[in-house]
Write a protein that binds this ligand. Structure first.
Ligand code: HEC
Length: 165
C-alpha cells in the first residue's frame, strides 16, 4: 500500500511537471493503480484481482488491524472484535467470487450498506480530507482478505460447494 501511495505521488509530481490538468491525472492514476475486473451477473467477480497467490494469515492480520481496513470496527470473528455483525461461518454461505465483489464494492449488491467500498474510488468524495484518488486497499490486500474469510467455516457444518467458482 505504502509503495502504491509513493508511486502515485511520483505520478502527481510528474504530471505537475509536464503541466497535465488534475482530471487527466486522476484518469492516469486510476489506470495505473486499479486493475480492471469483471462483474458476473451483478453478484460476483470470478477472477482474482492479482496473480500473486493470496495469504490468509496476512488477510487475518489486515482484518484485525483497526487502522488499516477497519473491518473489526463493524464486525467480529471467532473472539476478535467486540460488537458488530459476526462473520463466523461466512465461508459456508458466500463463495470467494461473491466475497470479492462484496469487498470491491458492497454497494453494488446493497446500495444502502454502511460498509465502505475497498477497491473502488467511485462514490468517494473528492472534496473529503482523506480522499487520495486511490482505493482503500490494494488488489493483493483484497485477495488476502478473501483467503482469510474463506477459512471461516462453522464447525461441523455440512460443506456446500461454493457457487460461481
Ligand atoms: C462501517 C462498517 C463496516 C466496515 C468498516 C466493514 N463492514 Fe463488512 N459489513 C457491514 C455491514 C453493515 C454488513 C451487512 C450488510 C448490510 O446490512 O449493510 C457487512 C457485511 C459484510 C460481509 C457479508 C456478510 C454476509 O452475511 O453476507 C462481509 C464478508 C464483510 N462485511 C466483510 C468485511 C471486511 C473484510 C471488512 C474490512 C475490509 C468490512 N467488512 C468492513 C459493515 C462494515
Amino acid at each position: 500500500m505504502r509503495v502504491r501511495v509513493r508511486a502515485q505521488r511520483l505520478l502527481v509530481m510528474a504530471c505537475l511537471f509536464v503541466g497535465v490538468g488534475a482530471d487527466a491525472w486522476q484518469v492516469a492514476a486510476q489506470q495505473t493503480m486499479m486493475l480492471s475486473y469483471e462483474i458476473i451477473d451483478g453478484e460476483r467477480i470470478n477472477d482474482p484481482l492479482t496473480d500473486t497467490p493470496p495469504d490468509a494469515e496476512r488477510g487475518r492480520a489486515l482484518f484485525a488491524d483497526i487502522n488499516e481496513a477497519g473491518c473489526l470496527s463493524c464486525h467480529r470473528v471467532s473472539g476478535m472484535g467486540g460488537m458488530g455483525r459476526a462473520l463466523d461461518g461466512i465461508a459456508d454461505r458466500v463463495s470467494p467470487a461473491a466475497l470479492r465483489l462484496w469487498l470491491v464494492n458492497p454497494k453494488i449488491r446493497q446500495p444502502q450498506t454502511s460498509m465502505p467500498a475497498y477497491y473502488e474510488i467511485a462514490g468517494q468524495d473528492p472534496q473529503a480530507e482523506d480522499f487520495t484518488g486511490e482505493p482503500r486497499l490494494s488488489a493483493q490486500q483484497i485477495e488476502d482478505l478473501i483467503a482469510f474469510l474463506t477459512t471461516l467455516k462453522s464447525e461441523g457444518a455440512v460443506q456446500t460447494p461454493p457457487q460461481g467458482q
